[in-house]
Design a protein around this ligand. Structure first.
Ligand SMILES: [Zn+2]
Length: 380
């Protein structure tokens, strides 16, 4: 009796793992989620369009998953993004190779951008299948540079950057302990690659995909647009419910990634048709790309206007968190929050809307120029 019951439970489990996602067209905050905003494939990938399969990999941390895309053709597979270099992700790949992917070869690995959850296993996959890595040049070179920092001491320029940004002594110490984390989750990358460029067309199987480059979240982020299938693999460039991190880092302390972010999203807004299926790297596929791009652009524009008003009085950088974040910033988020706040302040500073000065403690103080008017005509 017990044995039968266990058997029944196991059978149910297998059935539920293999269940197909049902089409529900859930509407939420202006977007439509064909398979629901909270549903996703479990162990087995799910076909979102002819030959395009959605695989979901678990990851540690607040962003607990990534969506990877498997493109099928007669000769094998193209993998888009790879997950972190962890034993659990390698095990998951092995499970897919032997089962769902039927041991067919991987022909190429495409990484949308350089963040470890996207490139973590690119080197391992390319090595295993003797295939090429496809990335844009800035993403490949920057990730190679970041990998080279692993195990190095923290440069003085990085300490200065976070000190000027208002880090306490304890926060600086925590930063030094975490430094070099990039390489811990990324397998060594191949020493050569195939370059992806904006507007380039890639033939995969019998379909054409156009590379569309965005900036701001990472230096040269590739999205893959397939007109025949009416879909875009968006990586982290267009996420449905979280706004991708746009940050300044110590390597380029006066950088202005928010300019690139707003400009490239405005370009995508003009370029992409609205009836596309968007395949994001996190959360669920959706329709309504133009609505979403407008939401993202508007949220930054509102934050910039609020920040400009807030800086009527001179403020230190951590004071500005309240303009950009709806929650208290915890110690684990301080580096991300600082980078994102510098991105907004640098945007206003580059436009001459805000001044900055170094105070007697060596920290930046920001203040709006009362004569400047916040004008942002280029964002759309
Ligand atoms: Zn990313």
């Amino acid at each position: 009796m017990d044995k039968c019951r266990r058997g029944a439970i196991t059978f149910d489990l297998v059935q539920s793992r293999r269940r197909k996602l049902e089409r529900v067209d859930e509407k939420y905050r202006g977007l439509t989620y064909p398979w629901g905003r909270l549903h996703h494939p479990e162990e087995e990938p799910f076909e979102v369009a002819s030959g395009v399969w959605w695989a979901r990999f678990s990851m540690p941390g607040a962003l607990n998953h990534i969506n990877l895309w498997l493109l099928e053709d007669e000769d094998g597979w193209t993998i888009v993004d790879t997950c972190l270099n962890l034993d659990s992700s390698r095990d998951r790949w092995e499970y897919l190779f032997e089962g769902f992917m039927k041991n067919m070869p991987v022909q190429r690995v495409i990484c949308t951008h350089m963040h470890p959850d996207h490139i973590g296993l690119a080197g391992w996959l390319c090595d295993r299948f003797n295939c090429d890595l496809y990335m844009t040049q800035a993403e490949f070179l920057t990730s190679t540079l970041m990998m080279s920092y692993t195990g190095e001491n923290v440069p003085a320029a990085a300490i200065q950057f976070y000190h000027r940004a208002g880090f306490s002594a304890e926060q600086l110490e925590n930063y030094q302990k975490r430094f070099g984390g990039f390489g811990r989750f990324t397998a060594p990358l191949p020493h050569n690659y195939q370059r992806l460029s904006d507007r380039q067309t890639l033939a995969i199987g019998n379909r054409y995909w156009q590379v569309v480059v965005g900036q701001g979240h990472s230096p040269e982020h590739a999205c893959l647009y397939c007109p025949a299938l009416q879909l875009v693999i968006a990586g982290d460039q267009i996420l449905p419910r979280i706004t991708p991190n746009v940050s300044v880092f110590p390597t380029e302390p006066d950088g202005n990634p928010l300019e690139g972010w707003l400009t490239s999203n405005a370009r995508l807004l003009n370029m992409l048709p609205d009836d596309l299926l968007v395949l994001p790297a996190h959360q669920a596929p959706f329709r309504g790309v133009r609505v979403r791009l407008n939401q993202i652009i508007d949220s930054h524009r509102m934050a910039l206007a609020k920040l400009y008003d807030f800086l009527e009085e001179p403020r230190l950088l951590p004071d500005c968190f309240q303009c950009l974040f709806k929650r208290e910033i915890g110690e684990n988020e301080i580096q991300m929050a600082t980078g994102e706040t510098v991105a907004h302040l640098n945007y206003l500073w580059h436009r001459g809307n805000v001044y900055r000065e170094i105070n007697t403690r060596g920290q930046y103080e920001y203040r709006s120029d009362p004569e400047a008017h916040y004008i942002d005509i280029d964002a759309k």
